[in-house]
Design a protein around this ligand. Structure first.
Ligand code: FAD
Ligand code: NAP
Length: 316
């Protein structure tokens, strides 16, 4: 039973990744006094990585967790109220919107910015998790650069895996694409590009069983692969393993309330962050399965805050 009275704000922001913090910076500077709910991963996905080399403004390599602390401090400094909670239910059917926190606190708001992000799917091997950030990655755009002239493997057979394998050939000396079937799911044009690339070798009907490496220095040096037809186990020497088996956007809260595509990504109007419900905006990986970068998420956070400001002016 919840006896606490709801906390109200003009704008409620869900998520503390680059999209949420940037939305907060802009909304706070527009004097909207936003409340931002962190969720169970304060700072978002970038807190799970080390080196970030592609966020503009820093000529030296910066650390993901540090960057997110800086964004948080900036959002706080301009007037965002930070809330340590996770929303488990939301009612978007009327205004004010009502969000229900795990803490027992409810939040009401005139407008909502959803920046709940997405999570990469993993194989869920213990050794894969042990080497995450130390040779195992789910983002070739982010980490490919660290594998210059090295051998890497990519797991998956969809468009993302094929694109990542092709992208990685810019750096790696060789790329092994490991797929669990003998046919790719990726579109034909991409398959042709893949097969024409001399640096790529496809390993069919196979699954990664184990990631092998050293602890000092921490890094991957091989993977164990099982042929799913013969059950034969082999070892492949690689320095990096990229998992590209899909992402899950954090949108279960909004099912049957907001329009989403078949994979659960929120749908927004063209060139806008507005969802099918006026006053409800979505920014970052939660609505973007194409770019999935900190800078694009931050850009959409900015758009969402500016659109929220306009929306609130018009409903006054
Ligand atoms: P996220 O960062 O995913 O944040 C989502 C937030 O929503 C979290 O704070 C979470 O707690 C919160 N949340 C979720 N559900 C709820 C809820 N119900 N209630 C309240 N809050 C909720 N990009 C780059 O540009 N450069 C890189 O070098 C780079 N490296 C990466 C390395 C790794 C290992 C990973 C996983 C990603 C990397 N990325 C990189 C991608 C980048 O991290 C994402 O594109 C970016 O973080 C997306 O930002 P976002 O704000 O949309 O969501
Ligand atoms: P996807 O299309 O769902 O493909 C996932 C791939 O990973 C499949 O080949 C699947 O194998 C494999 N897989 C899933 N779980 C696995 C596991 N546990 N172990 C091993 N392999 C596993 O995902 P995606 O490639 O990330 O693409 C997501 C969406 O974005 C798609 O709609 C895609 O078209 C789109 N996208 C488009 C582009 C583009 O247009 N250029 C680029 C990237 C992504 P099976 O095939 O056996 O199921």
């Amino acid at each position: 039973m919840n006896n606490k009275s709801p906390k109200h704000s003009k704008v409620l922001i869900l998520g503390s990744g680059p999209a949420g913090y940037t939305a907060a910076i802009y909304a706070a500077r527009a004097m909207l006094k936003p409340m931002l709910v962190h969720g169970t991963q304060p700072g978002g996905q970038l807190t799970t990585t080390t080196d970030v080399e592609n966020y503009p403004g820093y000529s030296k390599v910066i650390q993901g967790p540090w960057l997110m602390e800086e964004m948080k401090s900036q959002a706080e400094a301009v007037g965002t109220e930070m809330i340590q909670d996770h929303i488990n239910k939301i009612d978007l059917s009327k205004k004010p919107i009502v969000a229900y926190g795990d803490s027992g606190q409810n939040y009401t708001a005139d407008a909502l910015i959803i920046a709940t992000g997405a999570q990469a799917r993993w194989l869920n091997l213990k050794t894969e998790q042990d080497f995450r950030g130390f040779g195992v990655s789910a983002c070739a755009t982010c980490d490919g650069f660290f594998f210059k002239e090295k051998e890497v493997a990519v797991v998956g057979g969809g468009n993302a895996a094929v694109e990542e394998a092709i992208f990685l050939t810019k750096f790696a000396s060789k790329v092994h694409l490991i797929h669990r079937r003998n046919e790719l799911r990726a579109e034909k044009l991409l398959q042709e590009k893949l097969k024409a690339n001399k640096k790529i070798e496809i390993i069919w009907d196979s699954a990664v069983e184990e990631v092998l490496g050293t602890n000092e220095p921490k890094g991957v040096n091989a993977i164990k692969i099982k042929n799913l037809k013969t059950n034969n186990i082999s070892e492949l020497k690689v320095d990096g393993l990229f998992i590209a088996i899909g992402h899950d956007p954090a949108t279960s809260l909004f099912k049957n309330q907001l329009e989403m595509d078949k994979e659960g990504y929120l749908i927004t109007k063209p060139d806008s962050t507005e969802t099918n419900i006026p006053g409800v905006f979505a920014a970052g990986d939660v609505k973007d399965k194409k770019f999935r970068q900190a800078v694009t998420a931050a850009g959409m956070g900015c758009m969402a805050a500016l659109e929220t400001e306009k929306y609130l002016e018009n409903v006054k």
